[in-house]
Design a protein around this ligand. Structure first.
Ligand code: ATP
Ligand code: MG
Length: 782
């Protein structure tokens, strides 16, 4: 993917664009810096227009991203802003990394310190951490992933006694994400929509979920933007701080911004002096808008001129990436969409190889054929880094992974289910999250009894109950409980030992390199042993993964930075390795390019994906077609489309039909590869064959928290109860028991209070004798 900025193919166009005669003469006399000579006139116009809003609206491979990179180099070289005064938004972390490297190539060390170059999420998280307390979080808040989010929502549903088979956590997550993508916090959800879920409870569940996140000191992905938007909206001084800081704002893939991102950008782009120009430069392509299902709104790009008066709109038409046949095939395909602006693209390059379309019997043969072709490319001296496999759905990856492992063909999976999502890695991360942030309940729940240490359901129930009553984190609740006899001696001992471990590990953070600490935690917690005892090949693999995890931590300055990276990073690639084939989803391939691109699984139902068709009809189909366009236009030299006649999904064989997108390709620009076994069956469209492919499971369930919150609210008001000097409840939740009071305890029955020590009560039970218990579990019996 190396980009040659010194390419001189456009020197002929490299004349000055504007200015008086003297200025032009001066301009001509001065040699143009590299980043300008490597651009065509339109690209240069976009780079040099440093004052006022600029929109570059252009097709795939026309150099939009190159314009952004060059523009940053130009801004820095001209001294218009310092690196940290430029806000540059890319779509993936990988793209951000590449952009940084390219700027460094262009202007050298002057590019260092571009600390605000990243994805929307990464930048929003950074802003949020600086001022977390203004939105009810602490600066070390945890970023939850989709799995945690679903778990939490399941708890909410359970607490509300909502049948989660009928009203699933997943559909609630979808609803909430949708609101978040539109920049709507619970207060602003339109009343009609708030009624949407579980007989009118949608809005209330959203509010509860948000409250719960604050108690956990956590934010989900959607919150990063939503909460930082709220922060900027509600705190003028903070907004001013960032508006003044960001002298230039640049956005790649603007067609895929959602409403929340759009509002956020618009706020930041406003100048405190209204007469000042908004130095916002956005680049995008309406034909590559592929995140509509996630709330992206392609209208943002179409409205740009209206939103930013005086905006300069620049179009680029020359494609520098793909050979003629590939470009023709892609252009023909996308022309089938009705809903588009329409653009012409041309290339001066060669016609090259025609994109191929091949039929295979099933996914196994598909992986085998691809493997063979890649080995052949390798033998011909092509680099594996220049080969990518782009799939529609991540489940397609496994077959390729397995084949490549068999062949010993190095590969990397970018995006999708990945290393950090494996069970053992998630467990290990949960330990680390607890050490970094003791209020991280989801992490604590995950590992409290992993490996098994005799802390069963009933014990955890007590911990949960107490945490909910007092509205405190689980770990804090557990610390209070082990001081009493609420838990049976065995689990109490086990829990106490675990808490002591955590206290020790937390104390070590300051003194030990974090990767060494991680290793120590995995050893001392018994987690490594737990897998060692299994003695299976699978367990071996897991142990290797754990080692890999510890190794990867060395790249980060501290535990916080590492965990932040994990939360945000979508692509994990193995740095130390040599050339590798890339496997990724089409969605994840945006903006990238490869010499050879394999496009497997072009079958009706899979691509276009049945769910898109069912949910969004023609709009869904057009979005799928744009995805196909993105796929084909990733290829520089070779595009290889494949469909299988049979595919196994979740264990069931399905007979499939070739994708209608294959019919959309122009016959004279593609080459059909005959395959005797599959019988290359073109035409005709299969009906719905793919049931919902997503499934969510949760290992951990806990009783609801809403009911408990209500009960906590009824507690009598006094000063906060403490245990060992640590506040274990809210100020209004003090015990209110006095010596001599008759009480009833759920487990131990009736008794008389003998002594009171904060929240701890010593009680002489009629039957069970003297016990130390917590006031929350005791009811008055006057
Ligand atoms: P996409 O829509 O896929 O994001 P893009 O418009 O951002 O594409 P780039 O990735 O910037 O396009 O450029 C595509 C390829 O063309 C890159 O390899 C880039 O280096 C090359 N390129 C762009 N402009 C020029 C130019 N003026 N001269 C030579 N090569 C160029
Ligand atoms: Mg790009």
């Amino acid at each position: 993917m190396a980009e040659d900025f010194r390419g001189d193919d456009d020197l002929s166009h490299a004349g000055p664009r504007a200015g008086g005669l003297a200025a032009r003469a001066l301009d001509l006399a001065r040699p143009k810096p590299d980043w300008l000579t490597a651009l065509n006139p339109e690209q240069r116009e976009a780079v040099e227009a440093l004052d006022g809003p600029v929109l570059v609206l252009a097709g795939a491979g026309t150099g939009k991203t190159r314009v952004l990179t060059s523009r940053i180099a130009h801004i820095l070289a001209q001294g218009r802003a310092r690196p940290y005064e430029i806000l540059a938004v890319t779509f993936t972390n990988k793209a951000a990394r590449e952009m940084k490297q390219r700027i460094a190539v262009l202007i050298g060390p002057g590019a260092e310190g571009m600390s605000w170059l990243g994805t929307f999420h990464a930048i929003a998280a950074k802003i949020l951490r600086r001022h977390a307390e203004l939105v009810g979080l602490k600066s070390n808040f945890t970023i939850l992933d989709a799995d945690d989010q679903i778990r939490l929502l399941k708890q909410a549903l359970k607490a509300e006694n909502i049948d989660d088979k009928r009203w699933t956590a997943r559909s609630l997550a979808y609803l909430i994400d949708n609101w978040k993508n539109r920049g709507l916090d619970p207060k602003h959800v339109p009343p009609g929509e708030a009624q949407a879920f579980a007989n009118g409870k949608g809005g209330a569940l959203y509010a509860l979920y948000q409250e719960r996140l604050k108690i956990l000191n956590a934010a989900d992905f959607g919150d990063l933007l939503l909460e930082s938007l709220r922060l900027l909206r509600e705190n003028r001084d903070v907004l001013r701080e960032f508006q003044n800081r960001f002298k230039y704002i640049l956005v790649d893939e603007y067609q895929d911004t959602n409403a929340a991102q759009y509002l956020w950008l618009r706020l930041l782009a406003q100048r405190s002096d209204p007469s000042a120009l908004q130095n916002l430069c956005c680049v995008g392509d309406d034909d590559q808008s592929i995140y509509g299902w996630r709330g992206a709104d392609v209208d943002n790009i179409l409205r740009f001129e209206k939103d930013f008066p005086g905006a300069r709109v620049i179009r680029l038409e020359r494609n520098y990436r793909s050979t003629g046949h590939i470009l023709a095939a892609a252009s023909h395909l996308i022309a089938r969409n009705r809903d588009r602006l329409g653009k012409t693209l041309f290339t001066d390059g060669e016609l090259g190889e025609r994109p191929s379309v091949a039929g295979v019997w099933d996914s196994e043969e598909e992986a085998r054929v691809v493997g063979e072709e890649i080995e052949q490319l390798q033998r011909q001296g092509h680099s594996l880094d220049e080969v990518a496999i782009l799939v529609r759905a991540s489940f397609q990856m496994r077959e390729f992974e397995e084949r490549f492992i068999t062949l010993g063909l190095p590969y990397k999976v970018i995006g999708g289910p990945r290393f950090y999502e494996r069970l053992e890695i998630r467990d290990a991360l949960a330990y680390l999250r607890c050490v970094a942030q003791s209020a991280d309940d989801l992490a604590f729940e995950r590992i409290v009894n992993t490996p098994k240490r005799g802390l069963g359901e009933s014990t955890l129930q007590v911990v949960h109950e107490f945490a909910r009553l007092r509205q405190i984190p689980l770990m804090q609740a557990a610390r209070a409980l082990v001081e009493t006899e609420e838990l049976r001696p065995k689990p109490r001992g086990a829990l106490r030992a675990l808490l002591a471990d955590f206290a020790r590990w937390t104390a070590e953070i300051e003194h030990k390199p974090h990767h060494e600490l991680a290793e120590q935690i995995l050893e001392e917690s018994g987690y490594t042993d737990f897998w060692k005892q299994e003695k299976t090949a699978e367990a071996e693999g897991r142990l290797e993964n754990l080692k890999e995890l510890v190794r990867s931590m060395e790249e980060f300055p501290d535990l916080g930075a590492f965990l932040e990276h994990i939360s945000l990073v979508m692509d994990v690639d193995n740095k130390d390795a040599g050339e590798r084939v890339s496997i990724m989803t089409l969605h994840g391939a945006k903006g990238l390019e490869f010499d050879t691109v394999f496009l497997p699984g072009w079958e009706e139902g899979l691509f276009p994906h049945q769910r898109s068709l069912d949910e969004s009809g023609r709009a869904g189909l057009e979005e799928e077609r744009r995805l196909a366009y993105v796929g084909v236009t990733r290829a520089r030299l070779r595009a290889k489309i494949i469909f299988a006649s049979n595919r196994r999904i979740h264990g069931l064989w399905q007979t499939t039909m070739p994708s209608r997108f294959i019919d959309d390709l122009p016959a004279d620009h593609v080459q059909l590869v005959e395959n005797a076994r599959s019988g290359s069956d073109y035409g005709g469209y299969a009906q719905s064959r793919f049931a919902n492919m997503d499934s969510f499971g949760s290992k951990y369930e806990t009783p609801g928290w809403k009911r408990a919150q209500q009960r906590a609210g009824e507690a009598p008001a006094k000063k906060p109860p403490t245990i060992d000097g640590e506040v274990v409840g809210r100020a209004d939740g003090a015990s209110g028991f006095a010596a001599g009071a008759r009480v009833f305890h759920l487990k131990f029955g009736p008794g008389t209070v003998a002594a009171v020590d904060g929240a701890k009560l010593t009680i002489d039970f009629d039957k069970a004798g003297r016990k130390l218990v917590l006031d929350s579990f005791v009811e008055r019996r006057d």
